[in-house]
Design a binder for this molecule. Structure first.
Ligand code: ATP
Ligand code: MG
Length: 250
């Protein structure tokens, strides 16, 4: 059985059909990539999975349970965490305090850790994402890459089974990209299942076991990186028109 499954998932915003009958599955332990042109509906799918938006029709199940009508906090507590494309740290809290919020409102709520235990866990996560030297900084003072890393740490603080990453690499320089790819590989190595949206092809194709491609709200291809990059519809809809630097699409 898949860990996370969507069946005929659709979303309308007024007269705009942002997603149309998307059926997908995420297997435990895999890295599943999600690509497609700007406005294709990628973030909308994450918003539906995490309860930010309500489905217009269809169903999403997690560990065999229908989560389509759950509130975001309940979905988070069930073990699905995400980062936001437009990073959303609490600007006036310190980096460590941002992560403490994740620890206290995450999956393990019957065992709220002591403040000292939570701080210890927060420091461990921040060291893992390369922010050990920044824990007392206010989040508003971080660089873009540091904010993206804080988003990851805050999501991990909720102890997710599934981590949804929305463009955590786009906009980073090559060194930062390599570091973040390494981090994602390590996360998968520790058992976290990952669903990631990305416009940086060398990253998504290098990391993913399988890739889904959405175009105008429709699923046009799913397969291994080699399969989707040679798919005519994918080349026509997305890859072929890639004449601008990748970062321009973020
Ligand atoms: N809350 C909303 N209200 C109305 N329309 C929305 C809303 N959220 C998204 N849309 C529309 O739905 C479509 C899909 O948007 P979405 O953000 O999912 O695209 P995306 O694939 O993530 O694009 P990008 O690569 O630029 O991040 C777009 O046409 C967008 O304008
Ligand atoms: Mg998006």
């Amino acid at each position: 059985m898949a860990l996370l499954e969507g069946f005929n998932v659709s979303k309308d915003f007024g007269g705009l059909r942002a997603l149309s009958s998307i059926t997908f599955e995420l297997q435990e332990g895999e890295i599943l990539g999600l690509i497609g042109p700007n406005g294709a509906g990628k973030t909308t799918l994450f918003n539906l999975i995490t309860g930010v938006h309500r489905l217009s029709s269809g169903q999403i199940s997690f560990m065999g349970r229908d989560i389509s009508r759950l509130k975001p906090y309940a979905i988070c507590r069930s073990g699905i965490a995400r980062t936001y494309q437009l990073v959303r740290a609490f600007p006036h809290l310190t980096v460590l305090e941002n992560v403490l919020v994740g620890i206290h409102f995450g999956r393990v709520r019957d065992r709220i850790p002591s403040l000292r235990g939570a701080r210890h866990e927060g420091e461990r996560l921040l060291a893992m994402v390369g922010l050990a030297g920044k824990i007392q900084e206010h989040a508003e003072h971080l660089t873009l890459m540091e904010r993206k890393r804080l988003e990851i740490a805050r999501a991990l603080a909720t102890q997710p089974f599934v981590l949804l990453l929305d463009e955590v690499i786009c906009g980073l320089n090559p060194t930062e990209t390599a570091q973040t790819m390494e981090l994602i590989r390590n996360l998968r190595g520790t058992g976290t299942t990952i669903f990631m949206i990305e416009h940086v092809m060398r990253a998504i194709m290098g990391l993913s076991d399988r890739v889904m491609v959405i175009h105008h709200g429709e699923l046009i291809a799913v397969g291994t990186p080699a399969q989707v990059t040679s798919d005519e519809r994918v080349i026509e809809a997305y890859l072929g028109e890639r004449t601008e630097p990748e970062d321009r699409r973020c």
